[in-house]
Ligand binder design. Structure first.
Ligand code: ATP
Ligand code: MG
Length: 585
């Protein structure tokens, strides 16, 4: 797969391009802070040399030629007088360096999560703007996982580790420079030795990390899918007692996921103890070497102190850099997935090419299939529908009724042929302005877990709801009695997906919602199938009576539903079989 071939640096660059200008600036400032913090750290490490020097051999220190200008400047009279200020200097340098470090951690954590927030919004937003055909080809678990889990993974596996990696590398670099100044041979052998071992570790673990990263990305989607399906089909699970089967499905996804996560965590954390021990052994060896070749112990203690302190700071930094890098590799596959979401284009609509439906809708030679390699579902459909008419659709199940209306709504674009409204072809350019004219009531209406009134005035902020219009819609949809019988009337919560309502009540809320939206075109796709015939009659009569200039499209299996239609289209064999009126039915 191409996924594996993509270089991680290249992927990080692509991610960078999706991060906003503002965050770019903040991240750049963060980098400056990293450099600054590292310098402070070096100063605090460096201040150990005079400090240890004066403790071990005060006279030698006091008489040191290169320090005379400073000693004269502060007017120190003896070595004892210098001890106090030096101690103070050492302590304050250490506290200052620690403080900056803490601030750095604070800022980088905040910034990582804020960037993660931006990315997850961006993923969701771009996904919502994708055309309908993209959504029907995709499993919703992928999206839920992309927005919720994988952006988390990007924070914890990419952004935070990357910042850690960067700040530790800056630190390592500066400590290396400082130690080289102190004693090039010792510094290079200690740092080079440890560095080589980490490079070797990266080389050895990369393959394993990438394999696990793919597992984490794939199995986390499977896990959400199994959750959604289990909870979604709870009625059947309870009836058939198949809890164990569903739990096993979940287990099969969760086990490899956790195992891969654990393996990656182990790979990034494990070298730490070995490396710390190794570092100390190296320093001990250097000390031993000096005692063998050199004269006085006093003269090398400051150097050894600085080295020990340097190594003591540097080892965790190297470990942090290594852990950062291996964590990034372990999140690579999720990063690839997130980037795919982030690369989704938001279709641009052109506001100048308005479609204001005033006259006629025409299907012109429309042919449609869902996938390239699939058979045609509809072939050469030609029909003109004047504004204000009521059109019925009948035909066997699977004959393409819903598909035809999805094309009418511009949710699906014809494979060939054109949908023409008032002489203008419906194209991605003017799609939005066409769709603004339409409201659609499917057989299985989506209700949000809110109050009845919020479900009728759907998506409208509570304080902007027009109560009179809600009442009118409710009365046409024959819902007044139902709502009046509820304890909290319009403020009754309908439950998730409307579980607290009957099928027919849900359908009528869908109709009321569509009426509230005041659209020029109303599409009822078996939207009254759950109502008894008398209620259905009343609803449809009321709709036809109150909204005479609405263009109404109705799909029904029950012919009596279509009594008010001006004409009825019968679909069969991928095309329009005949157009007839109600009496002919
Ligand atoms: P019903 O009366 O059962 O609602 P319908 O007339 O509305 O049926 P459509 O839903 O339009 O039928 O489906 C027409 C054909 O298109 C069916 O054969 C169906 O299998 C196929 N089809 C529907 N949706 C898809 C899809 N997303 N991908 C591929 N084929 C599809
Ligand atoms: Mg259908």
């Amino acid at each position: 797969m191409s996924k594996d071939k993509e270089n991680i640096i290249f992927l990080l660059k692509r991610l960078w391009l999706h991060i906003s200008k503002k965050r770019h600036t903040q991240l750049s400032i963060l980098f400056i802070l990293m450099v600054f913090s590292s310098i402070a750290e070096i100063v605090s490490i460096g201040s150990v040399i005079p400090f240890l020097g004066i403790l071990t051999s005060p006279e030698q220190f006091f008489n040191n030629d290169s320090l005379q200008p400073a000693i004269n400047f502060f007017n120190f009279k003896s070595a004892d007088e210098v001890i106090w200020p030096l101690t103070l200097l050492f302590i304050s340098a250490t506290i200052f360096a620690g403080g900056i470090r803490l601030f750095l951690v604070f800022v980088s954590t905040k910034l990582s999560f804020a960037t993660g927030h931006d990315l997850s919004i961006d993923v969701y937003n771009r996904t919502l703007y994708q055309p309908f055909h993209v959504h029907i080809d995709r499993n919703s678990s992928e999206i839920v996982n992309g927005v919720a889990t994988k952006t988390d993974l990007v924070i914890f596996n990419i952004i935070l580790p990357f910042l850690n990696f960067l700040s530790s590398m800056v630190m390592v670099f500066l400590i290396t420079v400082a130690l080289i100044v102190l004693n090039p041979l010792v510094a290079l052998s200690v740092i080079g030795g440890i560095g080589c071992i980490y490079l070797l570790l990266i080389k050895l673990s990369t393959f394993k990390l990438l394999g696990n990263s793919q597992k984490i990305a794939d199995k986390s989607t499977v896990r959400i899918k199994s959750l959604q399906e289990g909870i979604g089909g709870i009625r059947d699970i309870l009836l058939s007692g198949t809890q164990e089967i569903y739990c096993n499905l979940y287990k099969e996804a969760d086990r490899p996921l956790r195992r891969a996560q654990a393996n990656n965590a182990f790979i990034s954390l494990s070298p730490r103890y070995a490396m710390e021990a190794l570092g100390m052994i190296l320093i001990a060896s250097v000390a031993f070497y000096f005692t063998v070749i050199d004269t006085t112990v006093e003269s090398i203690i400051p150097l050894l102190g600085a080295l020990a302190l340097g190594a003591q700071r540097m080892l965790p930094m190297l470990q942090l850099a290594y852990a950062g890098w291996s964590t990034i590799l372990g999140g690579k596959a999720s990063l690839v997935d997130i980037l795919e979401f982030l690369d989704q284009k938001i279709p641009q609509s052109n506001d100048e090419v308005e479609i204001n439906f005033d006259h006629e809708i025409s299907f012109k030679d429309i042919t449609f299939r869902y996938q390239e390699d699939q058979m045609n579902i509809l072939e050469n459909i030609n029909i003109d529908i004047p504004k204000g008419s009521c059109v019925g659709f009948i035909g066997k199940t699977g004959s393409g009724k819903s598909t035809m209306l999805d094309i009418l709504m511009g949710l699906l674009l014809p494979t060939s042929g054109e949908l023409i409204v008032d002489g203008k072809t419906v194209l991605p350019d003017n799609l939005r302005s066409w769709q603004k004219n339409i409201s659609h009531v499917p057989q299985d209406i989506f209700l949000s877990d809110n109050t009845i009134i919020e479900n009728i005035a759907f998506g409208i902020p509570f304080d902007q709801i027009d109560i009179d219009r809600v009442h009118e819609a409710v009365s046409i949809a024959q819902l007044s009695d139902v709502i009046n019988d509820l304890p909290k009337k319009y403020d009754t919560l309908v439950g998730e997906r409307g579980v607290r309502l009957s099928g027919g009540q849900k359908q009528r809320i869908g109709i009321a919602r569509s009426l509230y939206s005041n659209s020029k075109i109303m599409i009822l796709d078996e939207a009254t199938s759950a109502l008894d015939e008398i209620t259905e009659r009343k609803v449809i009569d009321e709709i036809s009576k109150t909204s005479s200039d609405i263009t109404l499209f109705m799909i029904a299996h029950r012919t009596s539903t279509l009594k008010n239609c001006d004409f009825i289209v019968e679909l069969a064999d991928k095309g329009i079989n005949r157009i007839l009126d109600y009496k002919e039915l």
